[in-house]
Design a protein around this ligand. Sequence first.
Ligand code: SOE
Length: 396
Amino acid sequence: MMDAEKPLRVALIGHGFMGAAHSQAWRVAPRFFDLALQPRMALLVGRDADRTSAAARKWGWEETSTDWEEAVRREDIDVVDIVTPGASHAEIALAALAAGKHVLCEKPLANTVEEAQAMADAAARAVSGGARAMVGFTYRRLPASVHARNLVAEGAIGDVRQVRAAYLQDWLVDADAPLSWRLEQDQAGSGVLGDLGAHIIDLAQYVTGARLGEVAGTLETVVESRPLPASSGADGGLGGQRGTGGERGAVTVDDVALFTGRFGNGVLGTFEASRMATGRKNALRLEVYGSRGALAFDLEELNFLDFYDYTAPADRQGFTRIMVTEPVHPYVDAWWPAGHSLGYEHGFVHQVRDFVDAIASGSQPSPSFADGLQVQQVLDAVTRSSGKSSAWTPVQ
Ligand code: SOE
């Protein structure tokens, strides 16, 4: 039995938007879940000493550093949590795993399949030394997502016939929204395909229990140059920031990604990811249609799951809006009484709960780095397919 008071000393590498979400999760998870190990927010790492110190004071990290390799070297760090731009995921994760640290890495796992493969191989090697690794697809950790997966698995909608997934934002509709690392190939690996497309690929595969085997897609850069940012903020963009109004730099990634996928069981799915969907702020929608019913999940109404029972008498068929806020629903009993909603940040808190549980029990975290590699292979297949007039392209 693990000592429930044994600390799990965490180093967070990065402190942009995901730094805030992960900090909140490390702080809140032990207050709402009985964890077998007690996370300690030991070290926050960032490039700028002043900004990192300010973030540490704001979110409750004990120490700061501007050197991620310190987090990897220190014997008094157990977990390295990576929330940097994708270009540094592999380097940091490989070093941390080699040092025997547990690693949590934001999505997408890496910028290339080669990097993701190296990370998955390193995570597999590290298991025998006790280290565990997880990739951060948090939307599968919302109660409605888990409930949807359970309903599909128990046959509530019968055989899956078709899948539709979209993840739409509009923070880049303005051509004068400034450049940021998310718009540069060498930093982000891809644009909306990896940023939002990765989420709907993972969620569609998680809910249906099937994996994509081939895809045909199109990537589009709608605005090809943008004003250089007024400041070098870690997350630039994401709405609100203005450009310098002067010199412009090239956008080297996609703004819109559209693709068709065929799952291993032959089922077809359509996928849309966009940062140009005016009025859509964080609109992820997954629809799964089956022989006996259907499910629909909308992130902007994440406490609900729409369910259609095709076996009901014809005079009373219709989509039922399930409020996924009952204690019987996944994760909910740790929070509030029935009907009291959860939010975007709770997926991150549940992620910490599940990661700490896996570390404490020695089990394999899910999604693993191998799962992250498979999503990277889908992203790569869409990219290879794009420009081939959407030819079907095997995922490999
Ligand atoms: C920006 O598109 C972003 O922050 C994504 O990078 C996150 O993964 C998503 O959860 C919210 O939107």
